[in-house]
Design a protein around this ligand. Structure first.
Ligand code: FES
Length: 265
């Protein structure tokens, strides 16, 4: 098991306060709150934001980049857009000296097995994802009592008059594969515009879309799904998707529906 390494004197860190320290080559955010010290990786699990630069409130640190919150005592992710915990480490205070011991992956406090690998936010996501699956089934399967040849909701959308609202409605079929929330309610669609196509009966659709982070691994899939879904409309000749990072996405762009599905209020 790794050793405790001296990182600071108690008097060096105000209460409440935070400071960046290095332990065994790892950058660690050290917190001093109500007389106790806590240590977590200085890495936001959403997209690598430096947690020590965030706002500390009681036992919660908010990532300065997109606002995800973490519990400094456990590393648990408390709010979007982070869904995985960051690592917490052991802290010892003796004779005014603060020492940190890096926890090995999968271990809990002082070498005990980690109590749970399920992050708080991910657990909150798991239940609502089943609710959203219900919505998908409503699109795919006619409800009881509907004639087999009656148009489904999606089919009828693809023949209605083309408009920005209609495109946004179509795009609600595209869901973030990690969060199981559609990209419209997540606030990822910034702009929808139209221009004439060579076939005068059709339109070219341009969509300005953002990501929750510049390195979002789901980006290529979301772009492909966006094009596929909008192309199903009978009046669409082609779809262009532009990824824009300005203004950057922030959680307050989500609708109340998205917050409800993610269990955050
Ligand atoms: S990098 Fe921390 S919330 Fe995005």
């Amino acid at each position: 098991m790794p050793e405790f390494i001296h990182v600071a004197d108690v008097a060096d860190v105000s209460d409440p306060g935070k400071v960046l320290v290095e332990v065994d080559g790892e950058m660690i955010a050290l917190f001093h709150v109500s007389g106790s010290f806590y240590a977590i990786d200085d890495v936001c699990t959403h997209d690598g934001g430096p947690l020590v630069d965030g706002e500390l409130q009681d036992y919660t640190i908010a990532c300065p980049r997109h606002g995800a919150k973490f519990d400094i005592r456990t590393g648990a992710a408390l709010s979007m857009p982070a869904i995985r915990p960051t690592h917490a480490h052991d802290v010892k205070v003796e004779n005014g000296s603060v020492s940190v011991r890096i926890r090995e992956p999968g271990s809990g406090p002082n070498g005990t097995p980690s109590p749970s690998s399920v992050p708080a936010v991910a657990a909150a996501h798991a239940v609502p994802s089943q609710k959203t699956d219900t919505t998908t089934r409503q699109h795919d399967t006619p409800s009881t009592g509907t004639p087999d040849d009656a148009p489904t909701e999606t089919q009828s959308l693809t023949t209605q008059t083309l408009s920005e609202d209609l495109v946004r409605e179509l795009l609600k079929q595209v869901k973030d594969p990690e969060l199981f929330v559609n990209i419209v309610d997540l606030g990822l669609i910034y702009d929808v515009s139209f221009s004439p196509a060579p076939d005068e009966l059709k339109q070219l659709v341009s969509i300005d879309m953002t990501m929750t982070s510049p390195a979002c691994p789901a980006g290529p899939q979301l772009i492909a799904d966006t094009k596929r879904v909008v192309n199903t409309h009978e009046k669409v000749a082609d779809v262009e998707v532009r990824i824009v990072m300005e203004p950057p996405w922030t959680p307050d762009r989500m609708t109340d529906d998205a917050r409800d599905q993610l269990g955050i209020f």
